[in-house]
Design a protein around this ligand. Sequence first.
Ligand SMILES: *Cc1c(COP(=O)(O)O)cnc(C)c1O
Length: 429
Amino acid sequence: MTTADKLALLGGTPAIDRPLPHEIWPPRADEAELAALTEQRNTDISIKGNSGPIGQLEAEFLAFLDHGVRYAVTFNSGTSALLAAYFALGVREGVEVAGPALTYHAALSPVFALRGDVVLVDIDPVSRGLDPKALEAAITENTRVVTVVHQWGHPCDMDAILGVAERYGLRVLEDCSHAHGSRYKGKPVGTFGDAAVFSLQANKAVYAGEGGILVTDDALVQDRATLLGHYRDRSRDSVIDEELRSHWVTGFGLKLRMSPFNAIVARHSLAAFPARKEARHRCLRHFGELLREVDYLEPITVPDHVDMGAWYGYKPLYRPEALGGVPRSVLIEALRAEGMEVGAPSGPRLATLPLYARPENPLFPGTPKRASAPEPGSQAAHVEQHALSLPTFTDWPEDVALIEAYAEAFRKIGRHREALAAHAAETSR
Ligand SMILES: *Cc1c(COP(=O)(O)O)cnc(C)c1O
C-alpha cells in the first residue's frame, strides 16, 4: 500500500495539500471602499441623524429586501438590534418569548435584560429552524413573541409558523443573521415577521465589522426600537408618533448607534453580495453533489421553494452507524489529518448554558424564570451531536480543486472505515 492510500491519521499522505485556512472571511477592501473610509474620516466621524452612509445603508438594505418592509434602523451590533426589537415588541417581566433550542445565543439572550423569559422549542431536522408543531405545544398563556432564526441560511417553515402565531396572537421576530439574501417561496426573509434583525458582524455574509440592522413594516415598532437606541437627532427626525417623539432628547436612555465607518464597510459588502452569493451557490451545489457519494453523511436538503441565500457554513449531519460507529470527534480528527478545515458547530444547545438553565434571572436576582431542562432525545440534540461544520466556499471557479480534494478526503475515509474504526476502538480503551 502506498502512503497516499493510507489514512493521514495513521501515517499516510494527506488528501488535501492546500495550507489552512481555507475559509478567509471577510474579503479584503478594494480601493473604492478604502477611499470612502478616508473621505469619511475628514467629513464626519459620528453621525447623529440618518444622513450620509447611515441613511444610504438603510435605504439600500430596504431595496435589498425588495421593499417588502418600510423601515430600517441601524445599530452598533445585531445583539443591540435584537434588544431594541424585543423592547419594541413588548417584552418585559412576565412575558415569554418562544425560540429555537439550538442557535446562536444572542438571538434570545437580550430577552433576559428586559426581565422576560425564554421558552426553548425543538427544531426541524431539515430546516434546522423552529419546528412549528413543537412551537404550538410550547405556547403558554404568557407567550407573546416567537423568534425564528433562519439557521445556517435555511429559511424556517414560515407558512406554518405564521399560522400558529396568528392563532395564538404572537408577534413574530425573524433573526436573519445567517440568512442575508435567503428567500422563502420567492420572498426575502426579514419581510415575514413583525420585525427582523440582520447582524452585520464580521463573520456574516453582509458585514460592517460590528453592526446590525432592524427592519419592520410596523411604524410603532420602528418608533420604539429607534427610541431605545437613538437619542436626539435620529429620534427627532425618525420617530413618527407624536407622543413618543416627545422623548427625542433622551430617547429611552441608551445609545446603540452605528459608526459611519461600519456603515461604509457594510455598504460595500452589500453591493458585492449578489456576485458572492452566486459564487457560493455554484461552489456548494458542486460540493453537495460530490458528497452524495459519501454514505456516512446526510446531504443537506434544500426544497424547491427555498433559496439558501448566503448559506453561512456548510453543515451536513454525520451518520456514525454507517462508519462502524466511529465517534464524531475521531472522524473530525481523521479529516483534519487529511488537511481539512472541519469541526463541530460552535454553539451548544441553549439549555446547557447557565443563563438559560438556572431558575432565576441572574441580571435581576430574585426574578424567577422557567429553567430550561436539556432535552437529550430532541432533534436539537441530534443536530448538535452530529453536525459537521465545513467552509462556505466562496470563490468560483478558484475553489473547485479544493472542493474536489475535500470530497476525495471524505471518500478516502470511507474506503478505510475498518482501519479508522479499529483505531477508534484502540484509542478509547
Ligand atoms: C451573529 C448573530 C447574532 C448577534 O449579532 P452580533 O452582531 O454579533 O451582535 C445574533 N443571532 C444570530 C443567529 C447570529 O448569528
